[in-house]
Design a protein around this ligand. Structure first.
Ligand code: FAD
Length: 399
């Protein structure tokens, strides 16, 4: 029976804990936050990831917590709706894909595992000593334990990766944009609707869901990729306010909301690329290994599928972790790479370079809304996402 320490109780870490436990291992999850992280943006679960959550028995629960966003509109500076689409088209989904708020998914997966898995909240790995018979881990809390394996599922800025593979700048590729998300009062009285405003080099959107009385605001703007995103909240909020200064529509009011938001999130849009995802007895999973960036819309699905494959391949390798890690990487890498390719191409559609480009795409959107072949055109935009989401065949490791 393998003892596995998982760093990070995000979608990747908790899903891995579930599957490891089901395959007879003993997982421990260490999470820096004091409790499971609630709140956050809405997430899509598509393609192969739907099979994973179905095999976990939570697909119906996920559907019952659906954001149920009915549709979305692109607006101009005066608030006029230039084009509107149904929710699935606007969100790049095909029929059957699921959309859920990040916090709801975290809570659901945590509730599924909390009775069988040891969770250490408010702690973190301080050091890793990888030996022939196990990994000696010292925690920030001061105690030391030995595990058979350690999994870094601690996100884009993974500390496990830094400890076992090297500094972040060796693996994180900036896409040249910043993203910010936070809750705001639903002052536009949106009813499961999304509004998107596109300015030169900066996009702002707001939406409400069936599960939340408040609305969310999201900002995506171009930034120098050579300058790292500030880590200090005051500097982040200054940067956001500066980037949208003088912008029209409801942007000033949405930006104002950041001061009181309990869940202000700000980061670079970035991807993670490593030549190898394992080193000795330490392996990476989810955003820590192959972050595709929020622009791909596939981070959650990659986390779910990766956790399923890693746990399954370790079980199939019957104690030979090197064989299990190799098989995990062989199966997952082509899938992860296909989905990573979506990030840079999607972001170019979401953030326009110049005022002229904004004008042209607004005119095209308005025209498209009146054209008979519009559904076919939208299907072409969604098709690559759908293809990437299904670009893996899942083994049945219990069969
Ligand atoms: C704004 C935004 C929008 C997004 N939209 C989508 C979308 O539409 N569709 C989609 O599929 N994905 C989307 N994503 C991406 C998705 O949230 C992630 O890709 C996905 O959650 C990856 O999960 P993860 O578990 O690998 O990492 P994370 O969700 O980042 O989880 C990592 C966990 O590790 C913890 N942690 C960090 N450091 C430490 C440490 N040192 N010690 C212990 N614990 C630590 C963190 O607190 C966190 O709980 C979006 C992300 C953002 C930010």
């Amino acid at each position: 029976m393998k003892t596995v320490l998982i760093s990070g109780a995000g979608v990747a870490g908790v899903t891995l804990a579930y599957w490891l436990q089901r395959h007879g291992c003993t997982p421990t999850v260490v999470e820096r936050a004091p409790r499971i992280r609630e709140g956050g943006y809405k997430l899509d679960i598509r393609g192969a990831a739907l099979t994973v959550v179905e095999r976990m028995g939570v697909l119906d629960a996920i559907r019952s917590m659906s954001t149920d966003v009915r549709g979305g509109s692109v607006v101009d500076a005066s608030g006029r709706r230039v084009a509107s689409m149904d929710g699935d088209t606007f969100g790049g989904r095909v029929h059957g894909d699921a959309e859920i708020q990040r916090g709801d998914l975290h809570r659901l997966l945590y509730d599924l595992t909390k009775d069988d898995v040891e969770y250490r909240f408010g702690d973190s790995i301080a050091s890793i000593d990888d030996g022939p018979d196990g990994v000696t881990v010292t925690f920030d809390g001061g105690d030391t334990r030995v595990f058979d394996l350690v999994v870094g599922a601690d996100g884009l800025h993974s500390r496990t990766r830094a400890l076992a593979f090297g500094p972040e700048e060796d693996f994180v590729r900036e896409l040249g944009y910043r993203v910010s998300v936070f809750s705001v009062p639903n002052h536009l009285n949106l009813d499961r609707w999304e509004l998107t405003y596109v300015g030169p080099g900066r996009t702002a959107l707001t939406y409400s869901t069936a599960q939340d009385a408040e609305a969310k605001a999201m900002f995506l703007f171009a930034a120098d990729p050579a300058v790292p995103a500030p880590r200090d909240r005051a500097a982040q909020q200054r940067m956001l306010a500066d980037a949208y200064a003088g912008e029209g529509w409801e942007v000033p009011r949405l930006i104002e909301g950041m001061a009181a938001a309990p869940d202000f999130y700000f980061d670079s849009l970035a991807q993670v690329h490593l030549d190898r995802w394992s080193n000795g007895r330490v392996v990476l999973l989810g955003d820590a290994a192959y972050c595709a960036s929020p622009a791909s819309g596939q981070g959650t699905s990659l986390a779910l599928v990766g956790a399923y494959v890693l746990a399954g391949e370790l079980a199939a390798a019957r104690g030979d972790h090197e064989r299990g890690f190799d098989a995990y990487e062989q199966r997952m890498r082509p899938f992860a790479e296909k989905n990573q390719k979506l990030g840079p191409s999607n972001i170019k559609r979401m953030v326009m370079k110049s005022r002229a480009q904004v004008r042209v795409s607004m005119a095209m959107l308005a025209l498209m809304g009146r054209m008979p072949g519009r559904d076919r055109m939208m299907a072409k935009v969604i098709e690559p996402i759908h293809r990437a989401a299904n670009a893996i065949t899942l083994e049945n490791y219990e069969g």
